[in-house]
Design a protein around this ligand. Structure first.
Ligand code: PPS
Ligand code: MG
Ligand code: MG
Ligand code: MG
Length: 352
């Protein structure tokens, strides 16, 4: 199965949503940012991006029964107090659709319906699209990195992923040379199962196959982790890096842009250890996982098991997520397990 028409539809949807998010990030107002019931931020761009991707996928793939598992829902937007926010999303979306040559003007109800197409639960049977309309909303609000992450599950396996990273430079972020040709930002990573990973500029002007770093000596590796201390345990990744002899300081960036950057070798390792009690969602990893795996990486939990996307909205995993190339994985896994053991039973001092 080549998933050719699904890939074309997914690239179109993510490209349009990425341009939309770029536009909104430039003019983001305080009133565009709300708080969800779990206190995490959501913006007009999260809702608009989800509605755009869902609208475009359904339009481009009309014959398929459509199932979408996505992060946002329209609950809060249906409150009386949210009418202004809803109108703003509608206007911003219609501006984007017009500039992309679409002639349909969406009503407020069309916007809510498109957002609510994302209510599927996923699972092991059939096909499900998986969407994070803005991954790294905190980064988006700060003006930093974020990603539009879209994947396709087929019988519980990720078979396609597209990752729009509107703020990621086209040149390696490991490269400190800031000459003007390297300042262009906006990347689209995409992969289908068995076919490798490609990166193109968001405007489509350049295109290439990408591969993860081939580094074998961990002392030469650099590692990525979350920007937000609330999303991962810096002390644990620090201890793992020390055991591996990693010399470079951690590279902290928001969102699945980390998977994209890793897929083209900007760094060699990604470490993610959420604090106790947090459950990872499939939309935070599905697209990134296939993008980096098809570029040659291994993605696993702290027990060395691959991620299982067939269990519904949540990933059922042991402690954290680690990613590196095939040569470094066994060393990394050992360092992770040693560090976890030490963290759970810290060495006792000398007895008096
Ligand atoms: N407590 C906690 N622990 C771990 N992860 C959490 C937590 N809270 C939220 N999230 C999810 O993290 C998503 C963003 O992850 P990042 O790796 O981008 O984090 S960071 O922004 O770099 O800090 C973020 O994605 P978005 O909500 O799409 O922005 C969340 O799904
Ligand atoms: Mg969120
Ligand atoms: Mg996310
Ligand atoms: Mg999100």
């Amino acid at each position: 199965m080549s998933y050719e028409k699904e890939l074309a539809a997914a690239k179109k949807a993510v490209t349009i949503a990425s341009r939309f998010c770029q536009k909104v990030q430039k003019v983001l107002l305080q009133s565009d940012v709300q708080s969800k019931s779990d206190k995490s931020p959501v913006t007009v761009a999260d809702y608009g991006s989800q509605a755009l991707v869902s609208y475009i996928l359904e339009k481009e793939l009309p014959s398929e029964s459509f199932s979408l598992v996505a992060e946002e829902d329209s609950g809060d937007l249906r409150n009386d107090g949210s009418q202004e926010v809803l109108q703003r999303i509608r206007e911003l979306m219609n501006d984007t659709l017009v500039s992309d040559g679409e002639n349909k003007v969406l009503s407020a109800e069309d916007v809510l319906t498109a957002i609510d197409s994302g209510k599927s639960e996923g699972g092991p049977l059939g096909r499900h699209w998986v969407l994070d309309p803005i991954d790294g909303t905190k980064g988006f609000v700060r003006g930093d990195q974020y990603a539009i992450a879209l994947a396709l599950l087929d019988e519980g396996k990720v078979v396609l992923g597209v990752l729009g990273c509107p703020n990621l430079p086209l040149a390696s972020i490991a490269n400190t040379d800031q000459s003007s040709s390297q300042n262009q930002v906006g990347c689209l990573f995409y992969a289908t199962i068995g076919s490798g990973t490609y990166m193109q500029s968001l405007d489509g002007s350049s295109h290439k196959k990408v591969h993860v770093s081939a580094i074998e000596n961990p002392a030469e590796a650099s590692f990525f982790e979350s920007f937000e201390a609330a999303h991962t345990t810096f002390s644990l990744s620090g201890s793992i890096a020390t055991k591996l002899g990693v010399k470079a300081p951690p590279v902290r960036i928001d969102s699945q842009a980390k998977y994209g950057a890793l897929s083209r070798g900007d760094g060699a390792i990604y470490l993610r250890f959420p604090h106790k009690g947090y459950r990872e969602k499939i939309w935070d990893h599905a697209a990134g996982c296939i993008v980096v795996t098809e570029a040659g990486a291994v993605v696993s939990d702290a027990a060395g098991k691959p991620l299982d996307f067939s269990k519904g909205k949540f990933l059922d995993l042991d402690t954290g997520i680690i990613v590196t190339n095939q040569k470094l994985m066994s060393l990394l896994l050992k360092a992770v397990q040693d560090s976890l053991r030490e963290a759970s039973s810290p060495p006792t001092g000398p007895s008096l």
